[in-house]
Design a protein around this ligand. Sequence first.
Ligand code: NAP
Length: 348
Amino acid sequence: MKAVVFERHGGPEVLRYTDLPEPKAGPNDVVIQVKAAGANYNDIWARRGLPGMQIILPHVSGSDAAGVVVEVGSAVTGIKVGDEVVVHPSLSCRTCEMCTSGQEFFCREFKIWGFQTGPNDGSHAQYARLPAVNIVPKPKNLSFVEAASLPLVLLTAWRMLVSRARVQPGDFVLIWGGAGGLGVMAIQICRLFGARPIAVVSTEEKAQKVGDLGAEFVIIRTKQDVYEEVRRITGRRGVDIVFEHVGQATFPTSIRCLRWGGTLVTCGATSGFEAVTDVRFLWNKQLNFLGSHMGNKAELLQALRWVEAGKIRPVIHTVLPLQEVPRGQELMEKDQTIGKVVYVPDSA
Ligand code: NAP
């Protein structure tokens, strides 16, 4: 089968479109024919290499896929060849105390599929093997491309806002990267819960798009002062929740933008890990800082119900042939995407 592989860390030039053996299902696995595969920022982290984290080489990236089941392991029940599915990208043992209490992200065996798995175990290929427990039915109202764009960012944004920050009707929510993969989900989740999303973007084109998507307010960070705009929008009160994933470049502003008693929830640090906190704000304003990482399968299923109901829509920036993964990564690294990049293998 064809796949996009890298054997050493570096820029997009280390990615090779090449041939690999097709995966075979173990007793508890399924093999899917990948009809479409999503791009995520973790593809870029893996390719670059991350200090303190082992990326297994050779590596096939890709944590999101939608496809058709072509092989079912001997111990698998309830799934058959021909089923149309999407991937739940959180792998874990499914038997420990953490897994059985719905906290699979705390399992000692927790791995993000296509990021921490390997060698050559991700969705940027014509076929992929997964534990059967890690696939869920494709929402019927979505194409494969649309479905492949969703799981990782939908799951992450849902957990951040719903399970962790407990977004409430009327909450002002400051959403960094409003036109990014996470951002387009966060805006829609806020609307679903009756909250008031304030999306931050870098261009007029992105501002238009996030407005269409439901952002009640939009701040163009390259032209406007985010803190001053937040004060104006909220009547000097500050926001109830900041949706963070940018890290170093935005963290101090995020803290300033919070209302007294407000909540910052973060899952990432695209701009750098060393985010500075003036701890006086933390205690004096009695702020809540919450970390969040991926989510559990139930959270994905809950969120997908709203997708099937048409209340959360995929946002696709572009669809590229699988061999153009380097181009997709470049678009993301240059912040040129509005929504998601999706790759389609030749045979799909
Ligand atoms: P994305 O689609 O590339 O969007 C990121 C957005 O961040 C961009 O659209 C950009 O928007 C904004 N941005 C980048 N640099 C910025 C800066 N210096 N200041 C302000 N805004 C900036 O990526 P994504 O899929 O949304 O993921 C975002 C981050 O979250 C990544 O680091 C990813 O690894 C992480 N993440 C973590 C988890 C988890 O579970 N832990 C899950 C998903 C993603 P503008 O240029 O328009 O402002």
